[in-house]
Design a protein around this ligand. Structure first.
Ligand code: COI
Length: 360
């Protein structure tokens, strides 16, 4: 039986702190007043579900996650709707992907309904934190950590599932400005049989040195290629990639076990098809991109993800090689898909796909 949530609301909530955070939320810097927590161990299964005041975690220094990075996470958003209510966007997709990640990281799978209920309960407790500003949202970060106190290398027998939330404005400061990408030619993020498809902290930790290299070269994101041929495009540091051709086709790397199966990626594919564009999910190479950008056959490129939504790309910078410049950095199709997706999420465009789940 699913554990019931014990709701322990904080009595020290300050409206002033919230209002200040909502005025300029940025991304991932201000956290709401509560968190949802559910515990697991191999004997009792999932138990002790609660919404508690947001607080630092107590953890033994020998907890498995601190040594072997047995951890996974998700990213999803709650959106204020025009009638004042709140909706989640395709939360079931996140629940399913979370369990795929759990399986790969030898963590316990969590019943989808328990995952979803934790998210709903947290949003209800922190309802006042869901922004009313256009295109702002409440970002939810469900995650699971192995907290068994044991240094042996095996799957932990104890874990905690936690959901925290932060109001979110633009992921990239400065709004919709075309991104410059840095091609990582030395470091890769995934290989066949690895954890590339899973949303685990280790994948992101492994991308940070390459991201630092991108920053040093004046870029906002790093682009990774396949570990073997170093030409096939994999994904960015934290987003999927699409190219748009001059005959209005979208091309994106196929789901091949190495890239994250983005919920935004999937939504863009469906929206593009609904709008009459052809979409090819296949191997895409840097060579093809370079040649296409030079001839004009590839006109636009964009990154997409829950946090970044749809971010146009201006240039791809490559060490010791000429940069690749997109002819139309904030092109028509990129911006159309961005407006369409955000309109559906925020309830200003009809949700004909049935993607919103109203929670209030
Ligand atoms: C997201 O878009 O939700 C992500 O997880 C990407 C990044 C913030 C890690």
């Amino acid at each position: 039986m699913q554990p019931q949530f014990d709701i322990q609301l904080s009595d020290s909530v300050t409206a002033q702190r919230r209002e200040k955070a909502l005025q300029n939320p940025g991304f991932g810097v201000h956290f709401t007043d509560h968190m949802a927590v559910v515990e697991w161990d191999s004997e009792q299964g999932w138990h002790n579900a609660a919404v508690t005041p947001y607080a630092p975690l107590q953890m033994d220094p020998a907890a498995a996650v601190l040594h072997y990075a047995q951890e996974i996470f998700e990213g999803m958003k709650a959106y204020r709707q025009p009638d004042g209510g709140i909706a989640l966007f395709r939360p079931g997709k996140n629940a399913v992907r979370f369990n795929r990640s759990a399986k790969r990281l030898a963590l316990p799978e969590i019943p989808e309904e328990l995952f979803l209920e934790a998210c709903r309960q947290l949003v209800r407790a922190d309802e006042a934190w869901v922004p009313e500003t256009a295109y702002h949202s409440l970002y939810l970060r469900p995650f699971m950590i192995a907290d068994e106190v044991f240094l042996g290398v095996r799957a932990a027998q104890r874990a905690r599932f936690i959901v925290i939330a932060c109001p979110a404005g633009d992921y990239f400061p400065g709004g919709v400005k075309p991104l410059d990408l840095w091609l990582s030619t030395k470091m890769t993020r995934a290989a066949a049989g690895g954890t590339g498809f899973a949303k685990c902290g280790g994948n992101y930790a492994g991308s940070l040195a390459a991201t630092a290299e991108a920053y040093e070269n004046g870029c906002q994101q790093v682009l990774f290629t396949d570990a073997y041929d170093r030409d096939s495009i994999d994904e960015l540091g934290g987003m999927n990639l699409f190219l748009v051709t001059d005959d209005n086709k979208l091309i994106t790397p196929e789901v091949n076990g190495n890239i994250l199966e983005g919920v935004t990626r999937d939504s863009i594919i469906q929206l593009a098809k609904n709008l009459g564009y052809e979409v090819a999910e296949r191997r895409v190479t840097i060579s093809e991109w370079r040649e296409g950008a030079a001839t004009g056959a590839i006109r636009e490129a964009f990154a997409c993800g829950t946090a970044a939504v749809v971010a146009p790309i201006g240039r791809l910078l490559v060490k010791d090689a000429p940069e690749i410049k997109l002819p139309e950095p904030t092109g028509t199709i990129t911006m159309q898909l961005r407006e369409e997706l955000m309109g559906i999420q925020h309830g200003t465009i009809s949700d004909t796909n049935g993607w919103l789940e109203r929670i209030s």
